[in-house]
Design a protein around this ligand. Structure first.
Ligand SMILES: [Zn+2]
Ligand SMILES: [Zn+2]
Length: 360
């Protein structure tokens, strides 16, 4: 038997014994090295935006070491040979490659994707000693010598930022960017803007500690959500970006009021990349006429495709010794203390929380 953090009812998480399964043909079994805790885990725990049947094992971000390979499994999803003992990073969704979205649109989210298995079934979830990756699940070998902490520091926020910015129209050299929110998705978007060559990167949040982290990852200016009114924030953005406003605004705040403000802050012919509102169900008034007056594009996205996990993995590995990525991990818990890990994320005092199964 192995241990796993299991969501048994709304708001109730328990460390439980779960079976270890042999890998299926074309799949593999991993020993989890680190599992990231993400805002989405909180949404799932509080049943805010989904109705998965319970109980389920939590965790969709992880790095694991290959324990066993299934039959006919010898390469990762980018064609790199893999063997027992290699470290890998996986994309937590199995696309069907048969639906209209997968095959005709070549996009996501797959309408037939397999998600969470019940806790006593084979599961790829990462808040556990072992993760069982089924046939067809994309995974990538961690580059030799790469920092696992750096790779897990932004968790699924990094593929989310890489993917959502790409589909919203990639940031070009010299562009100006506003990032709403300095949680993991906002920090990841800041990093992506920085390595893309953005001239100005303005990050907005109400948490000074997070804004400091944003500066370390490439933000050229930060604005306080509490200290400034929306009009003052707009004036500050125009000051930095010029009269026609920023080329791109990235929504990474995860709260509804960010949306009308993102349109308000957006520049002429600007793009609005809406990446963080997955869990923010509800309605909020907006001024659609602004979209017309500014030739403005709004693009939402979710479920980054596997290629974005590949690019995120290599970006984190490459930047690990240039930027303080690994230091974003502020809290570590064992599987037995998983409930404390989720509380630490909820409290807002953590930057990144990870579950480390080696902690007793
Ligand atoms: Zn599909
Ligand atoms: Zn996540």
């Amino acid at each position: 038997m192995a241990r796993a953090a299991v969501l048994i009812a709304e708001g109730v998480v328990e460390a439980r014994e779960v079976p270890i399964f042999e890998p299926e043909a074309g799949g593999l079994l991993l020993r989890v090295v680190l599992g990231g805790v993400c805002g989405t885990d909180l949404h799932m725990i509080h049943r805010l935006a989904n109705e998965f049947p319970l109980p389920i094992i939590l965790g969709h971000e992880g790095v694991g070491q290959i324990e066993k390979l299934g039959d006919r499994m010898d390469r990762d999803s980018a064609g790199e040979p893999v063997k027992v003992g290699d470290l890998v990073y996986w994309s937590p969704m199995v696309a069907c490659n048969q639906c209209y979205t997968c095959t005709i649109l070549e996009s996501s989210p797959c309408t037939e994707a397999a998600h969470f298995a019940e806790a006593d079934q084979p599961s790829w979830c990462s808040h556990a000693d072992y993760a069982w990756l089924p046939r067809g699940m994309s995974f990538f070998k961690v580059p030799e010598g790469a920092s696992i902490d750096a790779i897990m520091a932004l968790g699924c926020a990094l593929p989310t930022a890489v993917g959502s910015i790409d589909v919203a129209g990639a940031i070009k050299f010299g562009e100006t960017v506003v990032v709403q929110g300095a949680g993991p998705v906002g920090l990841a978007a800041t990093l992506v803007a920085h390595v893309s060559g953005a001239r100005e990167i303005i990050v907005i949040d109400n948490n000074d500690m997070r804004l400091e982290r944003a500066k370390q990852l490439g933000a050229t200016a930060t604005l306080s959500l509490d200290a400034l009114s929306p009009d003052e924030r707009k004036a500050a953005v125009m000051d930095v970006c010029g009269r026609t406003g920023p080329n791109m605004v990235v929504e990474a705040a995860g709260s509804l009021p960010a949306f009308p403000e993102g349109i308000f802050l957006g520049g002429h012919n600007g793009r609005y990349c809406v990446a963080g509102l997955w869990g923010a169900a509800g309605e909020i008034p907006t001024t659609p006429r602004e979209l017309v007056l500014k030739n403005f594009t709004v693009r939402g996205s979710m479920a980054p495709r596997p290629k974005y996990y590949y690019h995120a993995l290599h970006l984190a590995a490459r930047m690990a010794d240039k930027l303080p990525l690994a230091e974003l991990i502020t809290h570590r818990f064992g599987i037995g203390q998983a409930a404390d890990a989720y509380r630490a994320v909820q409290s807002g005092e953590a930057v990144k929380v990870v579950i480390d199964p080696s902690i007793p």
